[in-house]
Design a protein around this ligand. Structure first.
Ligand SMILES: NC(=O)c1ccc[n+]([C@@H]2O[C@H](COP(=O)([O-])OP(=O)(O)OC[C@H]3O[C@@H](n4cnc5c(N)ncnc54)[C@H](O)[C@@H]3O)[C@@H](O)[C@H]2O)c1
Length: 326
């Protein structure tokens, strides 16, 4: 198939692109490289452009594409609280521009990267897909806004879509050729491993007074390669005019302190910790129920264990201490 991947030079997108290419699909990566890395994807697949640039999008989408996978977005909860305009512009306006360009180009299928942040402060965990959505930050709200647009577009224009609500993506390709390199890095696993490598002096624990067993925030970590597999399964299941929504997590929550302990075991290095205040927009605990995608599409994570996830990330960071700048 011919698959058009926005944000494919970013962390998750690049792992999906690699799986698609290895599976024999034809891929075009549409990315403005505002956050992504050219080195994360084959040069011949990269088409540099902004979601907000209609003419460039039309040019890139010409030639007949079977499906769009839409990763391009701004992705930081904390930044979205401070600068919501950037989030509405990229994640809502940018996504709507993409959907309009897809209609002009006659592309009828999309897999959309959504997030656990659409649930806000969950009423129960693990969180199933039919749990009420009530985002508590602009990031989650902008993702939910485009989810809603997709459902109306399906009814009106026959668009087929899959919404994948990821919990916390982590890990790297097992051969360490590609991995996570956000600038600035705010995700816990890479930050902890950068401390283990001596690239940072300490990891800040944001909040130790959450209503959790050890007082730190709980998240569900899912391997980036397992996310990639889910994209292929979801793409194959999309029907015209219909929408699918799936959570992607491992159904197990780990506190910030547990992640740091697991990283100490994997790396056998000292990891210094500093305590800081809660970050605005962070719910205490987010744990997925991913039973629906397991049941419907047969998704089965290859890396369900936290230590195995950290192990692959550790290999990437050890071999690329400066990320893609190395
Ligand atoms: N990383 C996670 O744990 C996580 C969790 C839930 C959801 N998500 C979602 O998954 C997707 C990918 O996340 P990631 O961690 O790989 O992020 P990332 O920042 O590594 O990748 C995003 C990519 O989109 C590109 N991009 C951003 N704005 C663009 C624009 N206007 N035009 C063209 N390209 C643009 C960036 O250059 C980057 O390459 C995002 O939509 C994010 O919201 C990520």
């Amino acid at each position: 198939m011919k698959i058009f991947v926005t944000g494919g030079a970013g962390y998750i997108g690049s792992h999906v692109v690699r799986l698609l290419l290895e599976s024999g699909h034809q891929v075009r990566v549409y990315d403005d490289l505002s956050k992504g890395h050219a080195a994360a994807v084959p040069a011949e697949a990269l088409f540099r452009g902004d979601l907000l640039a209609d003419v460039r999008l039309d040019e890139a989408l010409a030639g007949g594409w079977d499906c769009v996978m839409h990763f391009a977005a701004r992705t930081s909860v904390a930044e979205s609280v401070k600068d919501p305009e950037t989030y509405y512009s990229n994640n809502v306006a940018g996504s709507l521009r993409l959907a309009a360009a897809m209609r002009r180009a006659g592309v009828g299928r999309i897999v959309f990267s959504s997030t656990a942040a659409t649930y806000g402060n969950p009423l129960k965990t693990p969180i199933p897909e039919d749990h009420p959505t009530a985002p508590i930050n602009a990031y989650g709200q902008t993702k939910l806004d485009f989810e809603h647009a997709l459902s109306y577009y399906a009814g009106a224009y026959g668009l087929g879509y899959a919404v994948l609500r990821y919990f916390n993506a982590a890990g790297a390709a097992p051969d360490a050729r590609i991995g996570e390199d956000h600038r600035p890095e705010t995700h816990l696993v890479p930050v902890v491993l950068q401390v283990a490598l001596g690239r940072r002096d300490a990891v800040t624990v944001h909040g130790k007074d959450y209503p959790t067993a050890d007082g730190t925030g709980i998240r569900d970590y899912v391997h980036v390669c397992d996310l990639a597999q889910a994209h292929v399964l979801a793409m194959q299941a999309i029907q015209p005019g219909r929408g699918l929504t799936y959570n992607l997590g491992n159904g197990a929550g780990y506190s910030v302190r547990q992640v740091i302990e697991a990283a100490r075991r994997v790396t056998r290095r000292t990891i210094a910790v500093r305590e800081g205040p809660r970050r605005p927009g962070d719910p205490p605990a987010l744990v997925a129920s991913s039973e629906k995608i397991a049941r419907d599409l047969g998704w089965k994570p290859a890396y369900p264990a936290l230590e195995a996830i950290i192990e692959t990330a550790w290999r990437w960071h050890r071999e690329h201490p400066d990320g893609y700048a190395h």
